[in-house]
Design a protein around this ligand. Structure first.
Ligand code: DGL
Length: 264
């Protein structure tokens, strides 16, 4: 049996990444873990997020996953290096931040780029640091946008509330003259159209859906990990289950999926 991909997030936002992976890599099977009991990660300490990430990774490894995808910007920001070093020499650990930075830099035309993300992601300084290291000529303007993830999760998008909140954040003067914006949270994919409308389509938007799937293809090709055929169903585990989470899954994943409760 082909080995699955392990994907995790603080909750259901990472389903946007899982969906992109399933679209681009239809032969792959995956195990998704949404840590809904500890949501949101954006307000947690680095130590707490690292502890959760370690527990989830242990579970994914025990289930024979051939790689771990950290489908959460916050967990990528504060636990990627930790997991990479801990599991060095076993399986590839892929975060959502590096592929976005690589894609932005490879574009070669951006001079002033904005970033919206959770408090913990912005505070970690990881995006700012990685961008500076890769291309010190790109100016980065960052803004914590803590209302967006809960707003999206509660189902507010394409309505008056989301329009007001998005306008309020994006009209911040620091974003004047940006040529691109990184949607630094896996939830924000659901309001990408509204963000695009706010900028009249004049600002290039980067998110971690297709970019991540392309990264996976690159890693799997170089490590010889591609599956030749799908060997079973995907599984979607969460550490706490509510009707609300179950209802939201179809908005994040696009199809109806069944969440399974798993306390690890
Ligand atoms: N999905 C998480 C991210 O990409 C944000 C949600 C949270 O704060 O847990 O950063």
């Amino acid at each position: 049996m082909e080995r699955p991909i392990g994907i995790f997030d603080s909750g259901i936002g990472g389903l946007t990444v899982a969906k992109a992976i399933s679209r681009h890599l239809p032969n792959e099977r995956f195990i998704y873990f949404g840590d809904t009991a500890h949501l949101p990660y954006g307000d947690k300490s680095k130590e707490a997020i690292q502890r959760y990430a370690k527990g989830i990774s242990k579970f994914l490894l025990a289930n024979n996953c051939k790689t771990i995808v950290i489908a959460c910007n916050t967990a990528s920001a504060v636990s990627y290096e930790y997991l990479r070093d801990k599991y060095a020499g076993t399986i590839p650990i892929i975060n959502v931040i590096d592929p976005i930075i690589e894609t932005v830099v490879a574009n070669g035309t951006h001079k002033k780029i904005g970033l919206i993300a959770t408090k913990a992601t912005i505070q970690s300084g990881v995006y700012q640091e990685k961008m500076k290291r890769r291309n010190p000529d790109i100016t980065m303007k960052v803004l914590r946008t803590p209302l967006l993830a809960p707003m999206i999760e509660e189902g507010f998008s394409k309505d008056k509330i989301s329009k007001t909140v998005i306008e309020n954040y994006l009209s911040n003067p620091i974003f004047e003259g940006i040529d691109s914006l990184i949607l630094g949270c896996t939830h924000y994919v659901l309001i990408k159209d509204e963000i695009n409308n706010f900028f009249d389509g004049k600002v290039t938007l980067y998110d971690s859906t297709d970019i991540m799937a392309h990264k996976m293809i690159e890693v799997f090709e170089s490590e010889n990990l591609l599956s030749s055929k799908k060997s079973g169903d995907n599984h979607f585990y969460v550490s706490d289950i509510t009707e609300g989470f179950q209802e939201s899954t179809s908005r994040f994943y696009g199809d109806n999926i069944r969440l399974e409760l798993l306390k690890i």
